[in-house]
Design a protein around this ligand. Structure first.
Ligand code: FES
Length: 62
């Protein structure tokens, strides 16, 4: 697994991803990108929305 600054976790190798209720997440690629910013519309997978800004880096105005 590789952690990318302000981006996803890239997971390679032999693994399965399960939702919290036990369902297996379809795996259609050798490398999977797991969202860790909370912005993905296809969670738990990354859809690139982390580029809008990582939640941990958000600035709160007002
Ligand atoms: S890490 Fe890419 S959308 Fe969340």
């Amino acid at each position: 697994m590789t952690v990318y600054d302000n981006g996803p976790l890239l997971v390679r190798g032999d693994f399965e991803i399960h939702t919290q209720d036990g369902a297996v997440v379809d795996r259609n690629r050798a490398t999977m990108a797991l969202c860790r910013c909370g912005r993905s519309a296809i969670a738990p997978l990354c859809d690139g929305n982390h580029k809008l800004g990582h939640r941990g880096a958000e600035k709160h105005l007002g």
